[in-house]
Design a protein around this ligand. Structure first.
Ligand SMILES: [Zn+2]
Length: 258
């Protein structure tokens, strides 16, 4: 009887051990499966967000675009249509990342197109010399006060001097030069920013070609009423290639466009 009981106990013990072994095995298999699955997920995610593979994809997409289309036109173009004038002062929280180009500073996002425009003009025998681009509010204030002083020196009173100065310059905070998207050009034989620029081959070339690079003549002769600024044939503004082409074909200025 004891012998029989002992065998039964041994059998029970063996079954229990086998059960434990099976359970351990099963747990190990589950753990290994989970680990492999996680590894696959991780590798998958890494491949998806790999910045290098993203860049390659980007390059491939962009390569289909015409050479003159700025990458910027595909993105949200609010920034390139910002309207700054006497009715629309620069927002208090406005910031811009600048890039130095030909002795002036511009919004880094337009530097490539601007350089391309200058280079292509040069290849056509046209000299475009950047004269003034980004200006901070303090620099604009100095220019504006100088202009007012000019008129006061010519005998105008304080109020009249300011009214006349306003026709040439925006008051500090109201100039689109604060945006880094505007640029004044000089060219061969033209050393002052005045209407003689309009007689230069550079002006004709710009009128013909600037929109291809995303630039427009910002204060045209016929738009003084809309812009509030006298004709400035030397002042060009980046609005993006698509917008520039549309504005030129419709014959409208930025005030009318936005
Ligand atoms: Zn200007």
């Amino acid at each position: 009887m004891n012998e029989h009981r002992r065998r039964l106990l041994e059998q029970e013990e063996q079954t229990r051990k086998q059960g434990l072994k099976n359970k351990r095995m099963a747990r190990m298999l589950i753990a290994m499966s989970l680990f492999s699955f996680s590894l696959c997920c991780l590798v998958g995610v890494m491949i998806t967000i790999d910045p290098l593979s993203l860049k390659e994809e980007d390059k491939a997409d962009r390569s289909n675009l015409p050479a003159t289309v700025s990458p910027a036109v595909e993105e949200n173009d609010e920034w390139m249509l910002i309207l700054v004038n006497r009715d629309n002062y620069l927002p208090a929280d406005f910031t811009v990342d600048l890039k130095e180009l030909g002795g002036v500073r511009v919004d880094y996002r337009i530097a490539e197109q601007l350089q391309k425009m200058i280079d292509d003009a040069a290849a056509a025998g046209i000299v475009l010399t950047p004269c003034s681009a980004y200006r901070n509010v303090a620099e604009q204030r100095a220019l504006y006060e100088n202009k007012c002083a000019d008129f006061r020196n010519q005998g105008y009173g304080e109020e009249a001097a300011r009214i006349y100065a306003n026709r040439y310059l925006q008051p500090p905070g109201a100039s689109e030069h604060h945006t880094g998207l505007a640029i004044d050009f000089l060219t061969t034989g033209i050393t002052e920013l005045d209407e003689s620029f309009a007689q230069s081959p550079a002006y004709s070339w710009l009128i013909e070609n600037a929109a291809k690079y995303g630039f427009v003549e910002r204060y045209p002769n016929a738009k003084e009423k809309e812009t509030g600024i006298l004709w400035e044939p030397w002042h060009f503004r980046y609005v993006g290639q698509v917008n520039a082409t549309a504005m030129v074909s419709m014959g409208i200025c930025l005030e009318e466009f936005v």
